[in-house]
Design a protein around this ligand. Structure first.
Ligand SMILES: Cc1cc2nc3c(=O)[nH]c(=O)nc-3n(C[C@H](O)[C@H](O)[C@H](O)COP(=O)(O)OP(=O)(O)OC[C@H]3O[C@@H](n4cnc5c(N)ncnc54)[C@H](O)[C@@H]3O)c2cc1C
Length: 452
């Protein structure tokens, strides 16, 4: 059992924790980062599976994600654009496959008009939301007590319009059924990316990737921190008082003046707090839950869809894989498709055998790209729901009514304990950018506190 003393102990070596640690160290404070897994990066994980480099976790960088863009540049990493030459594909309610360009789905003119009108309304509402304080909007309570689905259905009885509008923040982002979260939560998701229109624009939100993989961000940050990062050290107990904290793992004890909890909020309950966290936090944390999505990787000997003039971008709220993209690695001759199976669809396919699940998912991809999609040379499903130290994907959000009730308290420190995670962010919410912003924010709070 080793025992060390530092200024700050950071629990979790994801993008948020490592950013915080790095900022604190630059300011001259000593840190220890305790990580449960035997690797750094958390929800960033680049690995080689059957000879193919895959982004098992987060990968895309969009132009509004300035904190991530700065970090990527500062670490000397290069980016490349997602392949997007050619037509996108949309599968309609009766299974009809249509090609289109731009970000307007090829639906009937009346449905298109309805989608455009509601999008305009949503953009206006999103413009009024401060992503750091969505709960402060004068209509926060009203908007937080109606589900995203119910609000959309109150705007129009055009089911195809509702499904297309719903999935941008539903299956594609919060990855929960649209009856399970509020309109306000949906507006926050959009506000965190600048507007609802930005969120539905795949060319914006899924713009660039990092050559060699996004996990290099945490790997390089950890390299700078050197021996201050301790792997395989799940924090079991956190004793706290005004005098400081004592974090205990199975093999280590770290005494520090402050602690940063840089883990998904659904995992706070895995730590025994001594004394217990205040009533408010104990209640609030129960109203946050993880979304659930399977990220499916299918690698082919060549990007065959490009030969048919397809960009690889494909959408359908009626398909098992509601969206899919060309995810070919930089400079790779092989072609990779990435598809996503979200919320209840993910539940359903995980009830099948692995073989049946693969068959169903590839069948869905073949509706977009043709029968060749059924025969990848490498097939892999990112299954974050089974990861003990994450328990879902992409991130956590409040259940219906939780955001206006608890949002204002989410980041409030408890004694010497601060909270940082992408799931608590405003701008960049649920994204790596948000994790970096939160890491910087809590680090600067501690640095400022030290000066006064
Ligand atoms: C499949 C998938 C695809 C995604 N795609 C994108 C994308 O394209 N672009 C994008 O920007 N974002 C994407 N995201 C989201 C993004 O990856 C996350 O928002 C971000 O990486 C979260 O960083 P974090 O540091 O806040 O949390 P995490 O990465 O979850 O880090 C928390 C760390 O804490 C550790 N930990 C937990 N409990 C303990 C404990 N008791 N003791 C010690 N350590 C503990 C965990 O092991 C983990 O390493 C995706 C996520 C997933 C899962």
């Amino acid at each position: 059992m080793s025992e060390i003393t530092r200024d700050v102990v950071i629990v979790g070596a994801g993008a948020a924790g490592l950013t915080a640690a790095h900022e604190l160290q630059k300011a001259g404070l000593s840190v220890a980062v305790l990580e449960a897994r035997d690797r750094v990066g958390g929800r960033l994980w680049t690995d080689t599976i059957d000879g193919a480099m895959l982004e098992i976790g987060g990968q895309w960088v969009s132009p509004d994600q300035e904190a991530l863009i700065d970090t990527v540049a500062e670490l000397g990493l290069e980016t490349f654009s997602r392949y997007r030459t050619g037509d996108s594909v949309y599968v309609g309610p009766d299974g009809t496959v249509s090609r289109f360009t731009g970000d307007v789905f090829p639906v009937a003119p009346e449905t298109e008009r309805t989608i455009a009108e509601i999008t305009e309304r949503l953009d206006a509402m999103v413009a009024e939301i401060d992503p750091d304080r969505p709960y402060a909007h004068p209509r926060a309570e009203e908007w937080d007590t109606i589900s995203w689905d119910a609000w959309l259905r109150a705007q129009t009885d055009d089911d195809e319009a509702v499904r297309n509008l719903a999935f941008a923040t539903g299956s594609a982002m919060l990855t929960k059924p649209t009856h399970a979260f509020s309109l306000l939560q949906s507006l926050l998701m959009a506000a965190s990316a600048g507007s609802y229109s930005n969120l539905v624009d795949a060319d914006f939100i899924l713009d660039k990737r990092v050559v060699g993989g996004l996990q290099q961000v945490p790997l390089l940050l950890a390299e700078r921190l050197g021996e201050d990062v301790f792997l395989g050290q799940p924090v079991r107990t956190l004793e706290w008082s005004d005098a400081g904290v004592i974090a205990r793992t199975d093999g280590m004890t770290v005494r520090a003046r402050s602690a940063i909890l840089a883990l998904a909020p659904v995992l706070y309950t895995r730590i025994s707090f001594v004394p217990a966290l205040p009533r408010l936090q104990q209640q609030m944390h129960q109203h946050l839950s993880m979304g659930f999505v399977i990220k499916v990787h299918a690698v082919y000997d060549r990007p065959f869809w490009r030969e048919q003039g397809l960009s690889g971008t494909a959408f359908s709220p009626y398909e098992l894989s509601h969206e899919a993209y060309d995810n070919t690695n930089h400079g790779d001759e092989r072609g990779t498709l990435v598809g996503f199976v979200s919320d209840r669809n993910a539940d359903d396919v995980f009830r099948l055998s692995a073989e049946e699940r693969k068959e169903r998912i590839l069948e869905s991809l073949s509706h977009y790209y043709g029968p060749e999609a059924k025969n990848p040379v490498v097939y892999y499903e990112s299954d974050w729901g089974s990861e003990e130290w994450t328990r879902g994907a992409y991130a956590a959000s409040f259940d219906l009514g939780g955001l206006h009730r608890y949002g204002g308290d989410l980041r409030t420190p408890v004694g010497p304990i601060r909270f940082a995670c992408s799931d608590l962010a405003g701008a960049g919410y649920q994204h790596v950018d948000g994790a970096i912003r939160m890491g910087r924010l809590v680090a600067h709070d501690i640095i400022e506190g030290n000066r006064t």
